[in-house]
Design a protein. Structure first.
Length: 211
């Protein structure tokens, strides 16, 4: 028996007799009859509870989370930007932000002088509190989301999925992706947390209700 066979045998033993085998077939239970296989990950979750979990996990990363309706989105974003002197928007963002400039290829030095950026997102992941950008329309190029100190990211409730395995098939592997779990932070030096080293120091996620 190879090392691979040893590992697979250990995994099957840990899963028990009523789980799927590696070929996707149901295995026999104690009675000798085939037992139905239930993949818990694909049981439809309670949608409201999943959205609550997403908001909770995002907040766990020291990000700010605000929930609003589509009608209140512009006002909610304006409140999130309170105190920000300059704001940049990516092309294609369908949101009125008074006084904001649209990125038309601003240099890194110009972006570094801007206080905040507002973007859309591709999806959110409830289990990990992660926001994913694939830098399509309304999401901007990566530099736009890394240099300003504050990132206000709009996430539609309909784009929130349960976990990473649910998220991956929805993303185009040929597109650039940025996975965001809270503000940029590092504890490389003496385990002291420092925010804003590799990206925005503050993240504000606006979770917008469907409809």
């Amino acid at each position: 028996m190879s090392a691979r066979d040893d590992v697979l045998a250990a995994v099957r033993a840990a899963l028990g007799p009523n789980r799927e085998d590696s070929a996707g077939r149901g295995t026999a239970g104690a009675s000798g009859t085939a037992s139905p296989v239930v993949d818990d990950r694909h049981v439809p979750p309670d949608r409201a509870a999943m959205l609550d979990l997403f908001a909770e996990r995002v907040a766990d990363y020291r990000a700010t989370v605000t929930r609003c309706t589509a009608a209140d989105l512009a006002a909610t974003v304006a409140r999130a930007l309170a105190g920000a002197g300059t704001v940049v928007l990516p092309p294609g963002l369908d949101l009125d932000v008074p006084g904001a400039v649209v990125d038309d290829g601003l240099s890194s030095a110009e972006l570094d002088r801007i206080d905040a950026v507002v973007t859309a997102s591709a999806l959110g992941i409830a289990e990990t509190g992660t926001v994913v950008l694939d830098h399509g329309p309304g999401q901007g190029r990566r530099a736009v989301t890394l240099l300003p100190d504050l990132h206000v990211c709009v996430v539609g409730e309909g784009s929130v999925v349960r976990d990473v395995p649910d998220a991956v098939p929805l993303l185009d592997p040929l597109r650039p992706q940025t996975w965001i779990s809270g503000p940029s932070a590092t504890s490389d030096i003496e385990l002291d947390r420092v925010e804003g080293v590799h990206g925005p120091r503050r993240l504000h996620v606006v979770l917008v209700a469907d409809g």
